[in-house]
Design a protein around this ligand. Structure first.
Ligand SMILES: Nc1ncnc2c1ncn2[C@@H]1O[C@H](COP(=O)(O)OP(=O)(O)OP(=O)(O)O)[C@@H](O)[C@H]1O
Ligand SMILES: [Mg+2]
Length: 133
């Protein structure tokens, strides 16, 4: 089963999170800037003209499609590396993924989500010999 992790994290934690994920062998991912708010509905800033509400705060969203057998490792790694303990540390959503199709090779599904040197080749001996067509 394939899953998607959508981790919305602080912008200044992106490098820490990327490095921590690379360390456990998460290879394929993408990210982009998102704007939104969580439980606090934004933050209140006090300027010369008085207090005002900034309600769409910038965060980075990291997307990872991976095997569900690697899901908890990836989540734990993000939780550790994105954490400050202050409000605004972010949120992680997990979705089921219907299908993956690599355009060049037409590989599909779980097999298409294995990369040389990745978490599977570290953890599962049977995956050490994956070949890249
Ligand atoms: N229900 C939601 N749907 C979509 N995006 C959300 C949702 N909740 C939060 N987000 C996004 O996730 C980001 C995380 O916000 P934030 O870290 O402030 O979470 P929180 O739930 O308010 O927790 P905390 O109390 O730690 O601040 C938001 O800025 C927004 O981009
Ligand atoms: Mg919040």
């Amino acid at each position: 089963m394939l899953k998607k992790i959508e981790a919305i994290i602080r912008e200044d934690k992106v490098n820490d999170v990327k490095e921590a994920l690379a360390e456990i062998g998460i290879v394929g991912l993408n990210m982009f800037e998102v704007r939104g708010h969580g439980r606090q509905g934004g933050i209140k800033l006090v300027g010369r003209a008085g207090a005002y509400q900034v309600n769409m705060l910038p965060k980075m969203q990291i997307n990872i499609i991976l095997s569900d057998r690697n899901l908890e490792d990836a989540i734990e790694t993000i939780l550790k590396s994105a954490y400050t303990g202050e409000p605004g540390d972010g949120i992680i959503f997990v979705y089921p993924v219907e299908e993956v199709i690599r355009v060049r090779t037409r590989e599909r599904g779980q097999g298409a989500m294995m990369y040389p040197g990745d978490i599977d080749s570290k953890k599962f001996r049977s995956a050490v010999d994956i070949n890249m067509p």
